[in-house]
Design a protein. Structure first.
Ligand code: NDP
Length: 316
């Protein structure tokens, strides 16, 4: 029987682990199949407080991992295939045990408290050239990487609130921003659409899809080839940065039957507490609004403190 299991090893999971370890809870982290999470897809980070010089996303996560290890956190390279939560209110708290089945090993782990920090995965278009250039001009996060494109031409793919928010953010940094959207109307809220359409630094390339990102051979983005969905006409858009903002998928499949999720699949929380006592959620898996490493770390801290309080009430 574990006291606390943490699912996920991004900034939320590792911060939760650091706090839980320092509270003497001997946490076990099930790292997931993408240890370090989304940040490991980012090249330079310059908005995580405490580092005067930019550092790589993998480097930051490596440091958090070593910090957690030094404090005695145990790690398991596997992911939760299924999670069975003790949601029965009739059970006395000390008898409530949550069960995690590991996807690869198949083992069943039991725990009194569980922190879910499995994050969200940015959706990408699925083009081979796009994949090759992630971190080399293709990004899934404007707030993370926008500053590297100061004074350059960039494009944003998508027509939802994220794409428009990204375009507005980038318009303050980049020389020009082109939104590439596959339809002739935005999905985003009217207020965002009005702001974008009134912004002289932003152009909208309606009814277009990206066919290819150039140029993998140069290992950097030099432009995108786009196609008009109605006429089939192909054209080249010279840009140095391409931001994909076509939505995120929260990694909540294993708890979709046990926890309350919002219509987009994110775990509904009240200050990291879920509706099930002893089960907490932190980071992007419960936050589609801020999605920052530092906010994820902050909510990981909150979840660990809440879990510590919960475990203290069990009298075990
Ligand atoms: P959405 O699902 O709302 O929008 C995704 C956009 O990407 C759509 O315009 C969609 O096109 C387009 N898209 C999806 N797949 C592809 C593809 N394969 N190729 C090209 N385009 C594609 O996601 P968001 O991340 O924008 O928003 C998620 C939620 O978060 C929403 O509820 C949103 O309102 C909310 N949000 C709120 C914010 C705020 O309040 N400040 C900020 C950001 C998000 P199509 O329209 O044709 O389907």
């Amino acid at each position: 029987m574990e006291t606390i299991i943490i699912l996920g090893s991004g900034p939320a999971g590792l911060t939760a682990a650091i706090y839980a370890a320092r509270a003497g809870l001997k946490p076990l982290v099930v790292e997931g199949m993408h240890p370090g999470g989304q940040l490991t897809d980012t090249t330079d980070i310059e908005n995580f407080p405490g580092f005067a010089e930019p550092l790589g996303g993998t480097d930051l996560m490596d440091r958090m991992h070593r910090q957690a290890e030094r404090l005695g956190v145990r790690f398991m390279l596997d992911e939760a295939g299924a999670v069975r939560l003790a949601a029965d209110d009739a059970l006395p708290p000390a008898e409530r045990v949550h069960e995690v089945t590991l996807a690869m090993a198949g083992d069943k782990l039991e725990t009194r408290a569980l922190i879910i920090a499995t994050g969200a995965s940015a959706r990408y278009l699925g083009l081979p050239s796009e994949k090759l250039l992630i971190g080399h001009g293709v990004s899934g996060c404007a707030t993370c990487d926008g500053a590297f494109f100061r004074g350059q031409a960039v494009a944003v793919v998508g027509g939802g609130d994220t794409a428009l928010e990204d375009a507005l953010y980038l318009s303050r940094l980049a020389a020009s921003v082109t939104i590439i959207h596959r339809r002739d109307a935005f999905r985003a809220s009217k207020i965002m659409a009005d702001r974008v359409l009134a912004n002289p630094a932003i152009t909208v390339c309606w009814d277009h899809v990206v066919e290819e990102v150039l140029d993998p051979a140069a290992n950097t983005v030099t432009g995108v080839r786009v196609r008009h969905v109605k006429t089939g006409a192909v054209s080249l858009l010279p840009v140095q940065g391409l931001f994909i903002a076509i939505g995120h998928t929260p990694n909540t499949a294993m708890v979709k039957d046990g926890l309350e999720l919002d219509p987009n699949g994110y775990i509904v929380t009240d200050q990291t507490r879920t509706r099930v006592p002893g089960v907490f959620a932190a980071g992007d898996v419960q936050d589609h609004r801020y999605r920052q490493a530092v906010t994820a770390a902050g909510s990981g801290c909150m979840a660990a403190l809440e879990a510590e309080r919960y475990i203290g009430t069990l009298g075990v």
